[in-house]
Design a protein around this ligand. Structure first.
Ligand SMILES: NC(=O)c1ccc[n+]([C@@H]2O[C@H](COP(=O)([O-])OP(=O)(O)OC[C@H]3O[C@@H](n4cnc5c(N)ncnc54)[C@H](OP(=O)(O)O)[C@@H]3O)[C@@H](O)[C@H]2O)c1
Length: 288
């Protein structure tokens, strides 16, 4: 892995390489997880997002989908970007991937070992803290987990690290507490917050890749706004495709969790649409 200094404040940042321009999300697919993961790879997705959180994700099903795709020669491991997450006890149900009595550092190691087994690999491309322990502050627990994640990275079990569901305050406190930035921030991207403007700016200034989820589902009114509909008509695109094309133009790495093969195709082709700069600016400030 290459590490390089980031010019902004001389903190080292992991240099992401081979990050695809769209991530396929595997949450809430249950017994369709294997088939949909395999289908997404067949349709052309090369980035897969999951979590070792059985409550919302069936990570072993993702592994079965990957195995089927490998068997049928659709992809090889090196072609794909695999991302999974560590989830605190309070975000889990009874199906835990670690011993809840163990220290957080041990829980991280156990959870990642279980992810690697589920996914049939000896490394993931990105390992993400699913969310900080407190909605307000980057707490001591988060610091312990982050340092344990760094150890996993240094041992080669993940190439890169990320954090999810974070506020600007979390990121500022994290920056003050640690010597290394995450490679990724993954957040729900609300149009009414300027598409998470403050966090995106923090990320942009530090070379952190911002991953946006719920781009459609968190912003249904905006998706059907007359501005988006008009831009879509100009591009001969659907409103959903226009939102994804906007996201890329605004520097957001989008996730989609579609279960529909036609939508998979549309989502991937959306990145070929080029929005004029005035349209990007207008959509950026459409709701906040
Ligand atoms: N870090 C976190 O805490 C967190 C939280 C939530 C999600 N995620 C990740 O993000 C992934 C995506 O979640 P999400 O919330 O963005 O999406 P999602 O809940 O999976 O929903 C996507 C929605 O958009 C629709 N859609 C997608 N493409 C479309 C198109 N071209 N035209 C019309 N409708 C379209 C889908 O409908 P169809 O199925 O009918 O296409 C679906 O209703 C998850 O699977 C998970 O991996 C992470």
């Amino acid at each position: 892995m290459r590490i390089r200094s980031w010019q902004n404040n001389a903190m080292p940042i992991q240099q992401p390489s081979r990050v695809p321009n769209f991530l396929y999300g595997t949450a809430w697919k249950e017994d369709r997880t294997q088939a949909l993961t395999e289908l997404a790879l067949r349709m052309g997705f090369r980035g897969i997002d999951t979590a070792n959180q059985r409550r919302h994700y069936f990570e072993a099903g993702v592994g079965q989908g990957l195995a089927a795709a490998y068997r049928q020669g659709v992809v090889v491991r090196a072609d794909i970007f695999l991302q999974t997450k560590f989830t605190y006890r309070r975000g889990q149900d009874h199906q835990l991937p670690y011993d809840p009595a163990a220290s957080l550092s041990v829980q991280v190691a156990q959870s990642l070992a279980s992810s690697l087994e589920h996914l049939g690999t000896d490394y993931v491309d990105s390992y993400v803290l699913h969310g900080p322990s407190s909605p307000y502050d980057w707490a001591a627990a988060d610091a312990e987990v982050w340092e344990a994640m760094r150890k996993e990275r240094d041992a080669g079990r993940t190439r890169l690290l990320g954090v999810s569901n974070v506020s600007l305050r979390h990121l500022e406190q994290m920056e003050a507490a640690h010597s290394e930035h995450p490679a990724f921030v993954q957040n729900r991207c609300f149009a009414r917050l300027g598409w998470d403007r403050d966090v995106r700016l923090f990320c942009r200034e530090r070379g952190i890749i911002y991953q946006g989820f719920s781009l459609l589902t968190a912003n249904m009114e905006v998706v059907h706004d007359s501005l988006i509909v008009a831009v879509a008509a100009r591009l001969n695109a659907t409103p959903a495709q226009t939102v994804f094309a906007f996201a890329r133009a605004a520097g957001i790495l989008p996730l989609t969790g579609t279960s529909n093969p036609e939508h998979m195709k549309q989502d991937l082709t959306s990145l070929g649409f080029v929005l004029p700069p005035d349209a990007v600016r207008a959509i950026e400030t459409l709701a906040g």
